[in-house]
Design a binder for this molecule. Sequence first.
Ligand SMILES: NC(=O)c1ccc[n+]([C@@H]2O[C@H](COP(=O)([O-])OP(=O)(O)OC[C@H]3O[C@@H](n4cnc5c(N)ncnc54)[C@H](OP(=O)(O)O)[C@@H]3O)[C@@H](O)[C@H]2O)c1
Length: 375
Amino acid sequence: MQRRDFLLSTLGLATAGVVPVLPARAERGLRILILGGTRFLGPHMAEYARARGHTLTFFNRGKTNADVLPDIERIQGDRNGQLGGLAGRKWDAVIDNSGYVPRHVRLSAELLRPSVPHYLFVSSVSVYASFASANDEDSAVGRLADESVERVDGETYGPLKALCESAARAVYGPESTAIIRPGLIVGPDDNTDRFTYWPARAARGGVFVAPGSPDDPIQVIDARDLAAFAISLLERRTAGVFNVLSPPGTFSMGDVVDESVKAARQLVDPQPPPVATWIPADFLAARAVAPWSDMPVWIPSVGDEAGFAQVSAARAMQAGLTIRPLADTVTDTLRWHLQRPEAERQKLKAGLSPEREAEVLTAWKDSRPQPQVEP
Ligand SMILES: NC(=O)c1ccc[n+]([C@@H]2O[C@H](COP(=O)([O-])OP(=O)(O)OC[C@H]3O[C@@H](n4cnc5c(N)ncnc54)[C@H](OP(=O)(O)O)[C@@H]3O)[C@@H](O)[C@H]2O)c1
């Protein structure tokens, strides 16, 4: 019996195939290929993996953030059939960060299967067919009426990710495929501005719209926690499907807003100071303020979305996922945001514009009982 198996069996965990405490350092450096690697999650994975003694290669078209982590090996190509640069090479594991179309996943998996023993596919919780109730990894996934569709949009993204998972598993077999399904990935370098909107908005100071109720649940995953979990799966050659996000009930919208205000006061000290005005979901809906896009991170837990913030993370937690305090994520995100180019800071890709926010705040104020003025 190997030392690791002995330790696991004494902990009673061998049969569950989980390791709750990661080794301080990988036993030996792995050679890891990342399909993608240069946008948001990839650099966090690469930095974490490198710090643990692994060697990285990025495969991409050379279009996105071509200058990031320049000392990491690059192979140029395209998932859409131009994979020649990968032929004849060996790696210990591949992380597929850029699979959105099942044909692309099948092409890379087939090419790599003989020379790379472990395939980790980065999927999404968007695979689930319904969010009307809580999902775990065994919940039904969404299906496309026409499975040959390769157009990736809001309708097809989730079901296509489910087909990508199947494509990887069909080639590698379930014993050599790890599927991770992240929720909203947040933290420094996020190219979507969704979570970033909140600390950025607080840093502008003044009264701002906060959606629904401070108790409304949310789920997120810091890219750095996700990176550490993914690399730990490779180090342990773990297969299986894992939702990767903060467990239900860990964080609320109130936490996001409060921590954003605290971080803004600490790093910027804006004047006037930031003050959240909580506006109920129905008032926002009546003024076409959309959850998620206008009020990022937040979806009211009702109707078809009642289970949106109730996705089980139990399996990943048991397998060693750690969730850092939200204050750390918020503060680091704001610190990163503050040093972005002016143009990026001025025009965030998510959240209410200052003009719309002012309209909503005025409408909300006008709808409230006015204080009686003594004659
Ligand atoms: N953001 C979220 O909240 C969220 C939530 C759940 C799941 N996810 C998943 O997380 C994953 C990570 O995304 P990321 O963008 O941060 O990963 P990343 O690995 O940092 O960047 C994506 C990479 O893919 C490359 N790429 C794109 N199209 C390509 C093509 N046709 N051929 C070769 N390379 C290509 C890009 O470079 P080039 O453009 O230079 O080729 C880039 O290097 C995605 O699978 C996403 O679905 C994200």
